[in-house]
Design a protein around this ligand. Structure first.
Ligand code: CP
Ligand code: NVA
Length: 308
């Protein structure tokens, strides 16, 4: 039987907290959970969830993943706990890590997540920040692997805002040797440090390409990925961004320029007729619900590796 290995880092705050072999191990483990080939128990272990922003998939997939491992979850609502009152993170983190065995946190600044991890004696997982969404990327690459098997033959194009989802795709792409192309309007490029890190990992192989031309980016790509144009916390920029992102909708015309075998991904929730058309998200090429399901398997594998 496959024996899950403990991760070298205590926390999963960024995609770069995993070594490439660890990513592969988690993806293989996730597939085993999905195929029901593996039964691992963490009886009586408790996952604490903190969501400073809304969530459906991340919240429920973590809860179900933990219950499939025989553990339980406590979902802390900031408005009914002392978190919303502004209790210092260093106090909350020290208290919660005496009760829970692992914490998954969705918050705004990456530095707040890092503060939790600094003061928590137990592993802390990034359940989305303004900078990264690494749990999403785990499920994304699991979905890509199910479809194409060999990462070195895949070109992934992300069309839209150079946001948290794009940043994590870039970093995972670099770790796994996947060609990643980002097409975004001028001024909405991904984080510059993320680009620098990915280029360092890619070592001059030119695997990462950033362009403002969606059609050039999509040419022959195997995976077309998009996300909302305005992320949580950017509600006041919505009108302006809707204008700036005109021409970046993933529609059937854009899809027709991709490889014949191309699949469509979206982390969800989606705004149909903004970043993606209803026709494309409902098409036979769409894998968005497989991708959403894989959140649960990938996180079950991640929890296993962090708790082992
Ligand atoms: N994709 C994702 O993280 O969805 P939720 O915001 O519903 O968790
Ligand atoms: N970029 C989006 C992802 C939601 C899962 C956001 O941060 O709101």
């Amino acid at each position: 039987m496959m024996k899950p290995k403990k991760l070298a880092n205590k926390d999963f705050l960024s995609s770069l907290d995993l070594a490439p072999e660890e990513v592969i191990d988690i993806l293989n483990l996730a597939q085993k959970f999905k195929n029901k080939d593996l039964n691992i128990e963490f009886k009586n272990k408790v996952l604490g969830l903190i969501f400073d922003k809304s969530s459906t998939r991340t919240r429920v997939s973590f809860q179900v993943a933990m219950s499939r491992l025989g553990g339980t979850t406590i979902d802390l609502d900031p408005t009914t706990s002392q978190i919303g009152r502004g209790e210092p993170i260093k106090d909350t983190a020290r208290v919660l890590s005496r009760y829970c065995d692992v914490l998954a946190i969705r918050t705004f600044k990456q530095s707040n997540l890092e503060e939790y991890a600094k003061w928590s004696s137990k592993p802390v997982i990034n359940a989305l920040t303004d900078l990264e969404h690494p749990c999403q990327a785990l499920a994304d690459f699991m979905t890509i692997k199910e479809e194409f098997i060999d990462f070195s033959k895949v070109a992934l194009t992300f069309i839209g805002d150079g946001n948290n989802v794009a940043n994590s795709l870039i970093l995972f792409g670099a770790l796994l040797g996947v060609e990643v192309r980002i097409a975004c309007p001028k001024g909405y490029e991904p984080n510059s440090l993320v680009i620098k890190k990915a280029n360092e990992i890619n070592k001059g192989t030119n695997l990462l390409k950033i362009t403002n031309d969606p059609y050039a980016a999509v040419e022959g790509a195997n995976v077309l990925y998009t996300d909302v144009w305005s992320s949580m916390g950017e509600e006041n920029q919505k009108e302006e961004k809707d204008k700036e992102f005109s021409g970046f909708t993933v529609d059937s015309n854009l899809v027709s320029k991709a490889s014949k075998d191309a699949i469509i991904l979206h982390c969800l929730p989606a705004y149909r007729s903004k970043e993606i058309t209803d026709e494309v998200i409902e098409s036979a090429k769409s894998r968005v619900f497989e991708q959403a399901e894989n959140r649960m398997h990938a996180q079950q594998a991640l929890l296993t590796c962090l708790l082992s």
